[in-house]
Design a binder for this molecule. Structure first.
Ligand SMILES: NC(=O)c1ccc[n+]([C@@H]2O[C@H](COP(=O)([O-])OP(=O)(O)OC[C@H]3O[C@@H](n4cnc5c(N)ncnc54)[C@H](O)[C@@H]3O)[C@@H](O)[C@H]2O)c1
Length: 343
């Protein structure tokens, strides 16, 4: 009889409900309890999901029923909490970004290695059918020589969105803005499909919101394979447009809008009947919570399989580090006015 893997959630705000909902859908996974610095939040969450409320992180980490923690706190706390959890022998699932700088990401990596625990970093869009098909086509060389890979993330977040969270829009707790918070999803997809980034040159500015971090950024990339690319991210344009990822090679183009394939055009090939072109129905361009739990179900399910069979999760700590490296390099480029090489 296989035993269930016990989960504990740290931080009972918005995204914790995606984790709790996903865990409840995964065979072999069980949510044991949760903690939050806010008594009201942890008690309301425990009541909603019928689980234990722990008064502190220490208390949660002492519970032997919990094998995996999901870190759903403000981003600036991911690293210290992950390090404490890994030192307590727990496997870690952390929300994106893995950490807000590379020093902290590297400390997390070293701590997981030292304690022989696994880490998964949430990047739920990697698990969508459209992304899987796109990456598979690129890996098979169907687009020929890769020429360009671009991601456009022109979103709308109101001033109230930033003011309400308290931590959002701050360097200390958000670690950045349009790129580190919202844009990281698309930046991770871009590098996942195109391969490692060699260098970046970027501008990051605060144009329309009263926040410390950037609400708008543009960057030009060179990939290790020689292709070029563009990252465009903002949270301050009205009304917000769907996320668009476009990959071009000398033999074809595939473009995604949100989670839908909108272009699949390959030289000399009939349209594959498995590829359905459709416009996107919804998305997070103007509403940060307008997305389902399917991605979290797949990614937390992938971690459960990784633990059961002692494999690597798809987005482990080394993968989770990559978009943080690209984003912090764009910030450095914007500060210095220079091209930044990633290695
Ligand atoms: N994967 C996604 O699509 C997605 C979507 C939204 C948010 N996120 C990420 O999830 C994280 C949380 O975002 P959110 O929107 O849920 O924020 P939120 O403000 O709604 O919730 C954060 C919660 O953490 C609690 N908290 C703060 N400090 C804590 C501590 N030391 N210990 C325990 N709890 C603490 C707060 O009281 C709050 O309840 C962020 O890192 C964000 O980037 C990811």
């Amino acid at each position: 009889m296989s035993k269930e893997i016990g989960f504990g959630i740290i931080g009972c705000g918005t995204i914790s409900n995606w984790h709790a909902g996903a865990i409840s859908e995964i065979q072999g996974a069980r949510l044991v309890g949760a903690t939050d610095v806010s008594k009201d939040s942890r008690e309301a969450f425990a009541e909603k999901w019928k689980v234990k409320a722990y008064e502190s992180l220490d208390e949660l980490l002492k519970d032997k029923e919990i094998e995996v923690v999901c870190i759903c706190t403000p981003s600036g706390l991911h690293a210290p909490i992950a390090i404490q959890a890994a030192n307590a022998g727990k496997h870690v699932i952390t929300e994106k970004p893995m950490a807000i700088n590379l020093k902290e990401a590297d400390e997390m990596i070293a701590t997981c290695e030292k304690n022989n625990v696994k880490m998964a970093v949430i990047s739920q869009l990697r698990f969508t059918d459209a992304v899987i098909k796109l990456r598979d086509a690129v890996k098979k060389g169907m687009l020929g020589k890769l020429v360009s890979g671009d991601i456009y993330m022109k979103f709308y977040r109101s001033q109230e969105y930033y003011d309400k969270g308290g931590w959002r829009g701050t360097w200390k707790m958000d670690g950045g803005g349009a790129l580190m918070n919202q844009g990281i999803h698309g930046i991770d997809l871009l590098q996942y499909v195109m391969g490692d980034v060699k260098s970046v040159f970027g501008h990051a500015k605060t144009l329309a919101r009263d926040i410390e971090v950037e609400d708008t950024a543009s960057a030009v990339l060179e990939f290790e394979n020689g292709a070029l690319g563009v990252i465009q991210g903002t949270t301050s344009i009205y009304p917000g447009t769907p996320r668009r990822l476009e990959i071009n090679g000398d033999k074809g183009t595939i473009a995604l809008e949100e989670d839908s394939i909108i272009v699949w055009d390959i030289l000399g090939q009939e349209k594959d009947p498995d590829i359905v072109l459709e416009r996107t129905k919804s998305g997070t361009a103007s509403n940060p919570t307008a997305f389902g739990i399917e991605g979290h179900i797949k990614q937390i399910g992938d971690m459960v399989e990784a633990i059961k069979h002692n494999k690597k999760p798809l987005v482990d700590q080394y993968e989770g580090r990559k978009p943080v490296q690209i984003i912090t390099a764009i910030y450095e480029s914007s500060r210095t006015g220079k091209i930044v090489y990633l290695k």
